[in-house]
Design a protein around this ligand. Structure first.
Ligand SMILES: Nc1ncnc2c1ncn2[C@@H]1O[C@H](COP(=O)(O)OP(=O)(O)O)[C@@H](O)[C@H]1O
Ligand SMILES: [Mg+2]
Length: 402
C-alpha cells in the first residue's frame, strides 16, 4: 500500500521562544507546566503517522487537543516547530513557495466547519472558485463545477446565492468546491460539525459514496466518536497535542489505550461498530472439505462430530469457500435414504454471513437461528463461526468496557 502522507516527529509550539519549550519537552515537562512557566502553548507534540492512499483517516480528540493545529501543519498553513511532513514521499519543507502553492491548489483541498462561501457569487461560481484560483479557464471550470454540484445533489441550485440555501446545502457547496479541483488529498476540519444530526449523517453518507466512486485520501478531524467510527478506516486519538492511539475502529474498541480514549465510548452504543469477522472464532466449529466419496466422508464426519459432542459442521470446497453446513441428522438421513449427494444433506437454515455484517444485524440472524453461522470474506472463504454463545460473550464484554 502506498503512503500518501507521513508525519514524523511533528511539533508545534505557539510562543516566542519555541526552542525553550522544545527543550522543556525533551526534559519530560508537561504541556501545562510549560504554559505556566513560559506562557507558550504546546499545540502539537511528537506526532507520527502514515496515511495510506485511499484511506479515510480520522483525527479525533476533545476541544483544544491539537486537531486543527495538526491538520493545518499538514498543508503548511502553519509551519512546524520541528518534524517532517512527506506528501507522496516528498518533504514539503524542501518545497519552494511556488511548489507549495501548487500543492495546495491542485493536490490538497481543505474543507472547514464554517462554510466560507462568498456571498456575492452564485453557487456555481463558489463551487468553481478553487479552479479559478488554480487558473482554469471559465468554460472548463463551470463544466467541472456543475459535475461536482451534481455529485453532491445541488445541480438545480447552481444559479442561486449561498444565502438562499440551508446550512446543510451550504456545506455541500463547500464540499463541492473542494472536490472540484479533484484533489488526491482532502483535509476536512470538523467539516460537518455545524450541521444538525440528520444533515450530518447525510453528509457522512455522501462522503462515503463519493469515496467509493473515487478513492481519495481523506484526513478528517472530528470530536465525535460516532462520526469517526462511521467514516474512518483508521482513527488517531489526540490528547494534549499528542496522539495517544492509532487504530481501526475495532482495534480501538477492543483495546482502548487509556481512560481518556475509553471516555469517548460513554453513551455510545459501541457494539454497533463491531462486525461479524471481529468476533468470529476459527476453531469453534468443525470444518470439512466436500468429500468426493460422500458416504465415506459423511461416516467420518459423523464420527468426528460425535467425538467432539457437536451436531453441526461446515462444508468448504478445496479453496475454503463455504458450501454450507450439515448436521449428524442430515447426513444420517442421506446415508439411510442412499441419496449420496452433498446438496441433499446441506441445511437450508445455515447460510454464510458476510464478515462485514454489523453485530446489530447479526443479532437478528442469530436470534432466528440457534445454529452456528459460518462467516465468510468477500471471496466467500471461511473466516470463522459465530454462535449465540460467542455473540453473548462479546456483548457482555462490550457492556463491561463501556
Ligand atoms: N495561533 C495560536 N496561538 C496560540 N495558541 C494556539 C494557537 N492556535 C491554537 N492554539 C492552542 O493550541 C492548542 C490546540 O488547539 P487546536 O489545534 O485548535 O485544538 P482543536 O482543534 O483540537 O480544538 C490549544 O491549547 C489552543 O489554545
Ligand atoms: Mg479545531
Amino acid at each position: 500500500m502506498k503512503q500518501k502522507i507521513v508525519a514524523k516527529g511533528l511539533h508545534k509550539i505557539f510562543g516566542r521562544r519555541p526552542e525553550v519549550a522544545m527543550e522543556m519537552l525533551r526534559k519530560g515537562q508537561h504541556k501545562d507546566e510549560i504554559f505556566e512557566q513560559t506562557g507558550m502553548v504546546v499545540g502539537v507534540r511528537d506526532v507520527n503517522f502514515a496515511v495510506n492512499e485511499g484511506e479515510i483517516f480520522v483525527i479525533m480528540g476533545l476541544s483544544g487537543s491539537g486537531k486543527s493545529t495538526l491538520i493545518r501543519l499538514l498543508n503548511r498553513l502553519i509551519d512546524p516547530t520541528a518534524g517532517q511532513i512527506l506528501v507522496d514521499g516528498v518533504d514539503v519543507a524542501t518545497m519552494n513557495k511556488a511548489q507549495l502553492i501548487e500543492l495546495r491548489r491542485r493536490d490538497m483541498a481543505m474543507v472547514f466547519q464554517s462554510f466560507a462561501l462568498l456571498p456575492h457569487l452564485t453557487v456555481l461560481d463558489n463551487a468553481a472558485f478553487g479552479l479559478d484560483v488554480a487558473g482554469v479557464g471559465r468554460k472548463e471550470r463551470e463544466l467541472r463545477a456543475l459535475e461536482v454540484l451534481d455529485a453532491v445533489g445541488l445541480k438545480a441550485f447552481a444559479h442561486k446565492r449561498p444565502a438562499e440555501l440551508s446550512g446543510g446545502m451550504q456545506q455541500r457547496v463547500g464540499l463541492a468546491r473542494a472536490l472540484a479541483v479533484n484533489p488526491s488529498l482532502m483535509l476536512m476540519d470538523e467539516a460537518f460539525s455545524a450541521l444538525d444530526p440528520l444533515k450530518r449523517t447525510e453528509m457522512q453518507e455522501l462522503l462515503l459514496t463519493l469515496q467509493k466512486e473515487h478513492k481519495r485520501t481523506v484526513i478528517f478531524v472530528s470530536h465525535d466518536l460516532d462520526e469517526a467510527f462511521r467514516i474512518g478506516n483508521r482513527i488517531a486519538i489526540m490528547e494534549g497535542g499528542r496522539i495517544v492511539q492509532i487504530g481501526t475502529p475495532e482495534e480501538i474498541l477492543r483495546n482502548p489505550a487509556d481512560d481518556y480514549v475509553r471516555a469517548f465510548f460513554k453513551g455510545v452504543d459501541v457494539k454497533r461498530y463491531l462486525t461479524a469477522k471481529d468476533i468470529a472464532l476459527q476453531d469453534e466449529v468443525l470444518v470439512i472439505e466436500a468429500p468426493s466419496d460422500v458416504a465415506a466422508g459423511f461416516e467420518s464426519a459423523i464420527g468426528r462430530l460425535r467425538q467432539m459432542r457437536r451436531n453441526y459442521c461446515f462444508v468448504v470446497d478445496t479453496e475454503r469457500r463455504v458450501l454450507g453446513a450439515v448436521s449428524i441428522d442430515s447426513m444420517r438421513r442421506c446415508l439411510e435414504e442412499g441419496t449420496m449427494s452433498l446438496e441433499d444433506a446441506l441445511l437450508d437454515d445455515i447460510q454464510p454471513i458476510s464478515g462485514d455484517m454489523r453485530i446489530n444485524e447479526l443479532i437478528r440472524h442469530i436470534v432466528k437461528n440457534p445454529y452456528p453461522l459460518p462467516i465468510v470474506n468477500g471471496e466467500r472463504r471461511y473466516v470463522g463461526a459465530v454462535t449465540q454463545t460467542i455473540l453473548l460473550r462479546n456483548l457482555a464484554q462490550e457492556t463491561g468496557n463501556a
